[in-house]
Design a protein around this ligand. Structure first.
Ligand SMILES: Nc1ncnc2c1ncn2[C@@H]1O[C@H](COP(=O)(O)OP(=O)(O)O)[C@@H](O)[C@H]1O
Ligand SMILES: [Mg+2]
Length: 338
């Protein structure tokens, strides 16, 4: 659906955000771009939508080279973090405004309006101005405006990050439902790995203008391709401990057991609890191992701070990374381990 080929973007100030950037997005997929602030997510969406010019390379949408096309001719709709509603216009006007520019007839606009208002649950708020709406409702107006253009592709740049946590969770559910209904292709930006894991059927983990890993949420969580992805995805991110030979070993805090089981196929770690956080259904511990390295453990058992612990990680829960931080071996979940 979207094909990004050998893309390079250099801003007028000389800063190159990305180079030799390639990404293929399948029709009907929900791809989440996730990565730390400044890694180039917004730039990428602005390039796909045509709001920003590419320096080198090409962008294809639905089989057409749109690299030189105007934003309005690309079949995409963008939803930004700041929903940019016109404050003096009603909900209805905010949505229909753009449609009139598209040269749609009055009756057609009426029909589309009724449909999209219904879809985002704002029918009874159609006559209100944005100031009379909650944050979630305003974001839904922005969504409705995007939907009304019936694009093939939705580009969303952190559309939920201005909302508080419960509303964000609700809107996540609504987005997932909308997606089922519309069958369009979604490219969705977030810096929140939990949001990426819950919404995406594909995730592109980005850092410094590069894709560190592209795959399903399961791939990325279970088989991180490199240390960056291993640390970035998961709550907490994966523990990475340096080995004496320059390589690294990784394991998730949830996979650390307490005790010294006989005949264990795995590693033993001794250490002391340096801090504890109650998460409700479990505790998050900061552990200082005997050699001074620190890592996190998540466990249902309550342990006092300062206590010395025998811990273990099973071989199957260990991840090996080479000197460059790249996954040392490919394995299927439950398959052969390092
Ligand atoms: N107009 C611009 N001119 C120069 N540098 C920019 C411009 N816009 C963004 N950048 C830089 O490009 C990098 C990527 O920015 P951005 O795409 O906004 O990242 P993200 O959305 O992942 O936080 C950052 O280092 C940012 O400072
Ligand atoms: Mg951004």
């Amino acid at each position: 659906m979207i094909s990004i080929r050998n893309l390079k973007k250099t801003y007028p100030n000389g800063f190159t955000v990305m180079e030799n950037f390639n990404l293929e997005i399948e029709p009907g997929s929900f791809t989440v771009l996730v990565g730390p602030s400044g890694c180039g997510k917004t730039t990428l969406i602005r390039l796909i939508s045509g709001l920003e010019r590419v320096t080198e390379g090409s962008i294809w949408i639905a089989g057409k080279d749109v690299t030189r096309h105007e934003p309005g001719d690309r079949g995409v709709a963008v939803v930004f973090q700041n929903y940019a509603l016109y404050p003096h216009m009603t909900v209805e006007k905010n949505i229909s405004f753009g449609l009139r520019n598209f040269g749609r007839g009055k009756d057609e606009i009426k029909k589309i309006l009724a449909e999209v208002l219904e879809m985002v649950g704002l029918t009874e708020h159609a006559g209100k101005k944005p100031s009379a709406l909650s944050g979630g409702q305003r974001q839904r107006v922005a969504l409705a405006r995007a939907i009304s253009k019936s694009p093939d592709v939705f580009l969303m740049d952190e559309p939920l990050s201005n909302l508080d946590a419960p509303l964000r969770a609700q809107m996540r559910g609504e987005l997932a439902r909308l997606r089922q209904k519309l069958g369009a292709t979604f490219v969705y930006i977030t810096h929140d790995q939990a949001e990426a894991m819950s919404l995406g059927d594909h995730i592109a983990v980005m850092d410094g203008g590069r894709i560190m890993q592209y795959g399903t949420p399961e791939d990325i969580y279970d088989l991180p391709a490199n240390i960056f992805t291993a640390r970035f995805i998961g709550d907490p991110g994966m523990n990475i401990l340096p080995l004496k030979d320059g390589r690294y070993i990784g394991f998730r805090g949830q996979k650390v057991g307490i005790g010294r089981p006989a005949g264990l196929d795995g590693i033993f770690i001794e250490g002391a609890v340096s801090s504890r956080e109650n998460l409700g259904d479990a505790y998050r511990y900061r552990i200082t191992a005997q050699d001074g390295t620190q890592f996190e453990m998540r466990h249902s058992e309550r342990v006092e701070v300062g206590r010395h612990l025998d811990m273990f990680v099973k071989r199957n829960d260990l991840h090996a990374f080479d000197e460059r931080g790249i996954r040392a071996e490919v394995r299927t979940p439950g398959g052969a381990a390092p």
